[in-house]
Design a binder for this molecule. Structure first.
Ligand code: SAM
Length: 270
């Protein structure tokens, strides 16, 4: 079932394609929709996590750009969707450069067309668990100046690494690699120690063998020695909400039980 030219296997579900399906995209196959439909049908509120995550990413990239970051590496970038990182970054700074990294061949296949006209944006197929292969990739070396601040983005991806894959070491590796003034963004499934957490974690583990809900303490530990910036680690919807939005949540009481299950934070390298 694997297409030899693209490497895409339509018989196995893909995290990127299930996520695309939940966000209303069309770059997915029946095997992905079967898993997506479980969430839509049996746990419909859970889809709010995907939207809360994307919207926080847009605000965080804007904040990083406003803080002077002109170049970004987006780890586990996913399939192109509305308001991709390079579009957000370039809205704030037309010269902003973005390297997308994902190991899913579907992402490469669909992302290339979107990025073809833009020489400040690249898409690299690499396994983020091997950070040297990302840093040393010739396209990354060409685009990213490691003497200038870098915005390193781990949006909804570190929870797809099991503990044995040492996600904190990965963040620490990048924190050591980038210069002072760099910013690291992490969004992550947050354990509510409730039935909702158990059901979604179980489904992802059954489908992909990965999907690890972490406690606030465990997520905070991912930032290592970096300086966590205001408002700290909070549910995505509470991370610097747009004050002009129709609804501006102020505390967890304003969120659904599902919206409390994904958090994010932005940290700086002093
Ligand atoms: C849930 S999606 C998140 C997409 C995007 N970052 C966002 O927040 O909207 C997770 C992405 O991480 C990618 N991914 C998972 N493990 C990876 C790995 N080891 N190396 C590179 N990409 C990975 C998946 O292919 C998928 O596209």
């Amino acid at each position: 079932m694997t297409d030899q030219s693209s490497g895409i296997d339509e018989s196995k579900p893909s995290i990127a394609r299930v996520y695309d399906y939940l966000l209303g995209g069309t770059d997915n196959f029946p095997v992905d929709r079967e898993i997506g439909d479980y969430f839509l049908r049996d746990l419909p509120g859970s889809v709010a996590m995907a939207y809360a995550n994307r919207q926080a990413l847009v605000r965080a990239v804007g904040a990083m750009a406003d803080d002077g970051v002109r170049q970004f590496i987006d780890m586990g970038s996913g399939l192109p969707t509305a308001d991709n990182v390079h579009q957000v970054a370039q809205r704030h700074h037309p010269a902003a450069r973005v390297a997308y990294v994902d190991d899913d061949p579907t992402v490469l296949d669909h992302g290339r067309a979107l990025l073809a006209a833009d020489d400040r944006t690249i898409l690299v197929q690499a396994d983020l668990r091997e950070p040297e292969s990302v840093r040393d990739h010739p396209d990354v070396q060409r685009l990213i100046d490691f003497d200038q601040p870098v915005g390193v983005v781990f949006s909804a991806v570190l929870h797809h690494l099991n503990d044995s894959e040492r996600p904190a070491d990965l963040v620490r590796w990048w924190a050591a690699e980038v210069p002072s003034g760099s910013l690291v963004y992490v969004s992550h499934f947050r354990s509510g120690a409730n039935e909702e957490t158990r059901l979604v974690e179980q489904k992802l583990q059954d489908s992909f063998g990965r999907g690890r809900w972490r406690t606030d303490e465990e997520i905070l530990a991912l930032f290592g020695d970096l300086d966590l910036l205001p408002p700290g680690l909070v549910p995505c919807r509470l991370w610097r909400p747009d004050p002009t939005a129709a609804e501006v949540p102020t505390d967890e009481g304003d969120l659904t039980v599902w919206e409390r299950l994904i958090s994010c934070g932005l940290a700086g390298k002093p």
